[in-house]
Design a protein around this ligand. Structure first.
Ligand code: AHR
Length: 486
């Protein structure tokens, strides 16, 4: 296959905005083996999993659902573990016996250990404003109230200071089958009361598709002042089988990932049209990722398929799809206020997979890790001055750039399945101490496993200086890379 040639120009004089670490968030739901049997071993968090997540890093973690959130009653998960009730845990058609051993205190402690900001999803579908207000007070109040004392008696005198609160989850579906007008009514009530309890809490309203979002914002009217973020979800599921995919499947999946950016843009546009000048509502993509057909309630048990509900094999193609989406998140950093990959361990596009006492990192883990230098940095415009396009019109080689405390970082994706790419990057600055890492493999279907945990992992990439202010790299087919300059 011919070499693809691309020239990119970084524009240090054209900052886009700050890349919030919240764009690299994660999602842990009580679903399948994500929390129980993944993160949580029954009495404590798994140290190997926590270590891997700390190294990623994980700046934000959403919990406890998902669809699980609208059945969850937070009081079940506090107090002595042995006295917590055993409840019916429900999400996505799955029913489990939930011993509630992983509750609010455990989750907040996990976040503290990870250095992650906690994001709690409240129960609108089967809960009440009072129940959610009590949870907020329990977590955040520094006053001498019965709920704050109870928190102290349960081990934390200090308030948890949880900033992010979801007012339900997918309330257009599993969270109560509301229509936009009836959800707006509920939202207004919940949000008004929550604001009284903690005016500094950031409240996330449940969004959906363009039609729902437009109608919800209209129905909220002046009450949109009670919304800090509007949540949307995007799963990519049209890329054929997880592993034995065709070329067409491969490009379809990257195309879906690419289109996520325009969904974010459209949502931001609808918000802009609905709210008064000066009012900002962020777009919260609080669930995103690949959802392969094999990740289902009852796995089919095909050769090599996962044996557990909602699990899937995760290949380099999935990592590239994540990389393509992350590029869009960076470009939209002024309107996108958070993004949480679904889900953090075992389930869907997990970054870590456990098997008994063993675990491994998926290629997607490394796609995110290649983005770590961008967290908190300033996104810079990056222009594709020359390059080819894929059949759907998206670029064959794409990327983003940022300037942070320790220099400039550029992350690129060679989306071509079969062609290597010769990439010249004009930096607009002197090339100093260039270094690179590339995530690649002989096939985009390559994956990691307990036996081969590092088959797909970043390796050093040669970066050649080209004159004073440019550099040149060769990207293997279906790969992504991060370059760093002092
Ligand atoms: O992530 C799995 C499920 O997908 C979540 O519970 C729900 O919010 C979404 O439909």
């Amino acid at each position: 296959m011919a070499l693809s040639r691309t020239t990119l120009i970084v524009r240090p004089d054209q900052p886009i905005g700050t890349i919030s670490p919240r764009l690299y968030g994660h999602f842990a739901e009580h679903l399948g083996r994500c929390c129980y049997d993944g993160l949580w071993s029954g009495t404590r968090f798994r140290t190997d999993v926590v270590t891997a997540l700390r190294q990623l890093p994980v700046p934000l973690l959403r919990w406890p659902g998902g669809c699980y959130a609208d059945h969850y009653h937070w009081r079940d998960g506090i107090g002595p573990a042995g006295q917590r009730p055993r409840r019916l845990g429900m999400s996505c058609g799955m029913q489990v016996e939930d011993d509630n051993s992983l509750g609010t205190h455990e989750f907040v402690e996990l976040c503290q250990e990870l250095g992650a900001e906690p994001y709690l999803a409240g129960n609108v579908g089967s809960g009440s404003p009072q129940e959610m207000c009590d949870w907020l007070e329990y977590c955040n109040s520094a006053l001498d109230t019965a709920l704050a004392r109870e928190r102290g008696a349960n081990g934390s005198q200090q308030p948890f200071g949880v900033k992010l609160w979801g007012v339900g989850n997918e309330n257009w579906g599993c969270g109560g089958n509301f229509d936009p007008v009836s959800y707006a009514h509920e939202y207004r009530r919940f949000a008004t009361m929550l604001r009284h309890v903690d005016p500094s809490a950031e409240l996330v309203a449940c969004g959906h598709d363009d039609v729902w979002n437009e109608q919800l914002l209209a129905a909220l009217g002046g009450a949109n002042k009670l919304v800090d973020h509007l949540s949307i979800h995007r799963y990519w599921g049209r890329g054929g089988p997880a592993v034995d995919f065709t070329d067409a499947d491969y490009y379809t999946m990257l195309g879906e990932a690419h289109a996520t950016e325009s969904f974010v843009e459209r949502t931001a546009e609808l918000i802009r049209a609905a709210v008064p000048p000066g009012k900002h509502i962020g777009v919260a993509l609080d669930e995103w990722g690949v959802w392969h057909p094999e990740a289902r309630l009852q796995p089919e048990g095909c050769d090599g398929c996962p044996r557990h509900a909602f699990e899937q094999r995760s290949t380099l193609r999935d990592a590239l799809a994540a990389g393509v989406a992350l590029e869009g998140f960076v470009r939209q950093c002024n309107v996108l206020s958070m993004a949480n990959l679904a889900q953090v361990v075992n389930v869907l596009q997990a970054v870590v997979v456990t098997d008994g006492a063993a675990m491994f990192r998926t290629p997607t883990y490394y796609a995110l890790q290649l983005h770590a230098p961008h967290m908190g940095a300033t996104a810079l415009a990056l222009e594709i001055a020359a390059g080819d396009a894929l059949p759907d019109g998206s670029p064959g080689v794409s990327g983003i750039a940022s300037r942070g405390a320790i220099g400039t970082a550029i992350t690129l994706t060679n989306r071509h399945r079969h062609a290597a790419a010769d990439v010249c990057i004009e930096l607009g600055q002197t090339v100093r101490e260039p270094s690179g890492q590339v995530l690649a493999a002989d096939t985009p279907a390559a994956m990691n496993s307990i036996d081969q945990p590092d088959r797909v992992a970043p390796r050093p990439l040669a970066v050649a200086a080209e004159g004073r202010a440019a550099c040149r790299i060769e990207l293997p087919p279906h790969s992504m890379a991060t370059l760093r300059l002092a």
